[in-house]
Design a binder for this molecule. Structure first.
Ligand code: ADP
Ligand code: ASP
Ligand code: MG
Length: 426
């Protein structure tokens, strides 16, 4: 008998009928003799709809504490509905909020981090023969005694954290595609399902737009040795294991070889450029100190000299762009730069793999040249090459790179399928 944590994303829980299907799926796992803990996200686009409701009652974004109170209700609804459906199908089930399940976090509303999971109650309910349903995306900050959320897509991280705390045999992430693919199958219909992705590469993919997993969940799983398996909730296809090769010698060979695994793209970034910064390391440091203090996550910066001054360009998440620009303007006297610009109509395309070398960078640039698409910013590492272009050109660039690196499935039957969802999901 194994202990299995199963996470179901909003796209798998869009309607009452889908909730009943998921309930049946969970019961089948239970009937196979396993203990099951389920972490469910809010139904369909509920989180976005709740945000729209908040915007409808206030011109301002609203107090972060109240937004968390509002948003966490979405996960409470879907988990309770799942428990009701399971009970109706004859399986005892018990839904718990994040705090009831012992998920404790840092205090930052909207982007709290899990600091501890004390799953005493979860174990008690499992011992009573129940399927336990934990509301994802939320926790309690002990210092403030307030409910927090973990950031968009946070149920993935809840599932991994619960799996780590319970020492579960596996954490299965059920979603609306077959698993992790060579590109987003909504953009590249011929994308191939990957049966295994090394965690380091999965982290790069997730952090650069492949939202099938929240980046922090991949990090957490790697740190706590959680076996992570991404699968479709609509089929029985085997899905993708996020794992290194079992044998260390094979891992080394893999790292030595140049191989492109997948293409990720990200529409959720803005390009910020700070021009005319005095060429003094202390001033450059101030730019990044100001952004760090404003809690803005900065993508790899590019630095360009121009006669005693430097221009700094970097990506920031869309949502953080206004805060980044405001924080920099507030510090203009201290830093002494000439101007700040912010372009929201950009996106990034990332080629992710192992041992990526100059040859791969050259091929990426040649592919953009053949498309006549201008690269606004280029960063490279052994695991990833990222190019920035305008949003209009993003899909074309993803498809061309997927083609150039021959990532498509050979047979139509092997193409990844999109089963549901609006594509808006997290
Ligand atoms: P869930 O509601 O299950 O959390 P998400 O919408 O957060 O689902 O994530 C699944 C989506 O991730 C897919 O529908 C797909 O469009 C997108 N996606 C982006 N890149 C990839 C990729 N490389 N492989 C699979 N899916 C991807
Ligand atoms: N419902 C939350 C979101 O939409 C959390 C999640 O789906 O993982 O971001
Ligand atoms: Mg998600």
């Amino acid at each position: 008998m194994a202990l299995v944590v199963q996470k179901y994303g909003g796209s798998s829980l869009g309607t009452p009928e889908r909730i009943r299907r998921v309930a049946e799926r969970v019961i089948a796992t239970r009937a196979a003799g396993h203990d099951v803990v389920v972490v469910a996200s809010a139904m369909g686009d509920t989180t976005d709809e709740l945000l729209d409701l908040a915007a409808g009652v206030s011109g301002a974004p609203g107090p972060a504490r109240e937004l968390d109170m509002l948003l966490t209700s979405g996960e409470r609804i879907s988990n309770a509905l799942l428990a009701i459906a399971m009970t109706d199908l004859g399986q005892p089930a018990c839904s718990l909020s994040g705090p009831q399940a012992g998920v404790f976090t840092t205090p930052e509303h909207g982007h709290a981090r899990i600091v501890d999971v004390l799953p005493t109650r979860v174990r008690q309910e499992l011992d009573r023969g129940q399927v336990v349903l934990v509301a994802g995306f939320q926790g309690l900050c002990k210092d403030t005694d307030d409910i927090t959320t973990l950031g968009r897509g946070g149920s993935d991280t809840t599932a991994v954290a619960i799996a780590a705390a319970l020492r579960a045999d596996v954490c299965e992430i059920y979603t609306d595609v077959d698993g992790v693919c060579t590109a987003d199958p909504r953009v590249v219909p011929a994308a191939r399902l990957l049966d295994r992705v090394p965690p380091a590469q999965m982290l790069e993919l997730a952090a650069h737009g492949a939202k099938v997993l929240m980046p922090r969940s991949v990090e957490y799983a790697r740190r706590h040795g959680v076996r992570l398996h991404v699968r479709s909730s609509f089929t029985d296809r085997p899905g993708t294991l996020v794992a290194d090769r079992a044998h260390p010698a094979e891992q080394e060979v893999e790292m030595e070889q140049t191989a492109v695994t997948a293409i990720a793209h990200d529409r959720g970034v803005a390009l910020v450029s700070v021009t005319g910064v005095p060429d003094d390391p202390a001033r450059t440091a101030k730019v990044f100190r100001v952004l760090a203090d404003a809690e803005v996550e900065v993508g790899t910066p590019v630095h360009k000299d121009s006669r005693g001054r430097v221009d700094l360009s970097f990506t920031v998440p869309h949502g953080s762009a206004p805060a980044a620009v405001a924080a920099l303007h507030a510090a203009v006297a201290d830093i002494g730069f000439a101007a700040v610009t912010c372009d929201q109509r950009v996106g990034t395309v990332s080629v992710v793999g192992a041992g990526l070398c100059a040859e791969v960078t050259a091929t990426v640039c040649e592919t953009f040249a053949a498309l006549r698409v201008r690269i606004g910013l280029l960063t490279t590492s052994a695991l990833r090459i990222t190019a920035l272009c305008t949003q209009d050109e993003l899909d074309r660039a993803v498809r061309a790179l997927h083609e150039v690196f021959a990532l498509s499935a050979d047979h139509v039957g092997d193409h990844a399928t999109v089963y549901a969802g609006s594509g808006r999901g997290w």
